[in-house]
Ligand binder design. Structure first.
Ligand SMILES: N=C(N)NCCCC[C@H](N)C(=O)O
Ligand SMILES: O=C(O)CCC(=O)C(=O)O
Ligand SMILES: [Fe+2]
Length: 336
């Protein structure tokens, strides 16, 4: 499958900030589509998904203490000596779960200046046949810091609940029913979590890196991404339609939401999968906790009829099987 990076519908120079608290409070309300506050959120989501594909979320309901505690334990982990970290080393035989050293992860053929740990939702062996094999196995949780697993599992639960609520808002924004993405699309949503550490540039002295590309330009693979980034370090960038990189600095009390490849297909290209990258030129070590909310692993993803009607009556994208898309990306990311 070839996912094109189309130019964005309208250009943008600043990133939208959406207060989604009405949606978070009323996501389960039978009359949600008639609620004035929710309708306003839905309008803003629609605009942000069309124009930017990446936006800030305010009023998302995940306590600041949960976000901060997650970043704290991630800092603690990456701060440990390498021999401790490689106890949970990622390989072909760990279901591609675990720790990767700096420059073991590639984007478009170039090594990323980051270390990371990958987690995937666990599933039964054989459940997805050949398509699932590469990612089979239990997650590798470090035993240090001691509270790591508990803190991050709690964080994942928060993200899953929030993502489902946002997807309900996006379903309405696309003109569908509130549970448009339940059923065969995302009734059993897959998830991925990537915890990333970006070394300081000063640590790269002696290397050829004058600019440290922490993560090369890419789009995310699934429905939407929730990003929890270190405060006070500006490193993330998103591309607008003029091809300019727009900075996405941390804003206290917000999280970042990024539209992924599968939502682009479902919307028949109405919504953009944001092209983004990370360059940490700060003098600080930066961490992020990146949670990816994905379709059912074995879902066949194609444009929704309501979206096809809105976009000229022809399916422009897909179909794609989500699990196949994910596995092809993972294969290109590592040199085992
Ligand atoms: N699960 C997601 N979206 N991870 C994004 C990781 C960054 C890009 C990856 N190295 C690649 O080459 O795709
Ligand atoms: O660390 C970040 O801010 C973003 C990382 C990212 O885009 C990814 O891992 O997909
Ligand atoms: Fe990303």
């Amino acid at each position: 499958m070839n996912i094109q990076i189309n130019s964005l519908a309208t250009d943008f120079n600043s990133i939208p900030i959406i207060d989604i608290s009405p949606l978070v409070e009323k996501f389960d309300d039978a009359n949600i589509h008639r609620d004035a506050g929710v309708c306003e959120v839905v309008t803003q989501l629609d605009k942000a998904c069309r124009e930017a594909g990446l936006f800030y979320l305010k009023g998302h309901g995940i306590p600041d203490s949960v976000l901060k505690e997650a970043r704290d334990v991630i800092h603690e982990f990456f701060h440990m000596p390498l021999e401790e970290k490689i106890k949970i080393k990622l390989s072909m035989t760990t279901g591609c779960r675990g720790y990767q050293e700096v420059e073991e992860n590639f984007t478009k053929g170039l090594p990323d200046v980051q270390e990371a740990i990958d987690f995937y939702k666990e599933f039964a062996y054989g459940m997805y046949g050949d398509m699932g094999k590469l990612l089979e196995g239990p997650n590798l949780w470090p035993s240090n810091p001691q509270n790591f697993e508990e803190v991050l599992k709690q964080y994942i639960d928060h993200c899953t609940v929030l993502s489902r609520k946002i997807m309900r808002g996006i379903a309405l924004a696309l003109g569908g029913s509130v549970d448009e993405f339940e059923g065969h699309i995302a009734s059993n949503p897959f998830w991925v979590m990537r915890l990333i550490g970006y070394p300081m540039v000063s640590k790269q002295n002696g290397h050829a890196h004058t600019q440290s590309i922490g993560c090369g330009a890419h789009t995310d693979y699934g429905l939407l991404t929730l990003l929890n980034q270190d405060e006070s370090i500006s490193a993330l960038e998103v591309m607008n339609k003029s091809g300019e990189w727009i900075s996405v600095p941390p804003i206290h009390g917000t999280s970042i939401c990024i539209i992924g490849d599968m939502l682009k297909i479902l919307s028949n290209g109405l919504y953009e999968a944001a092209l983004h990258r990370v360059i940490n030129v700060s003098q600080q070590y930066r961490v992020s906790a990146v949670y990816f909310y994905e379709p059912n692993y074995d879902a066949t993803i194609e444009p929704l009829d309501i979206c096809v009607q809105k976009t000229g009556g022809i399916k422009k994208l897909g179909p794609a099987i989500y699990g196949e898309h994910l596995v092809s990306k993972v294969r290109n990311t590592f040199r085992f």
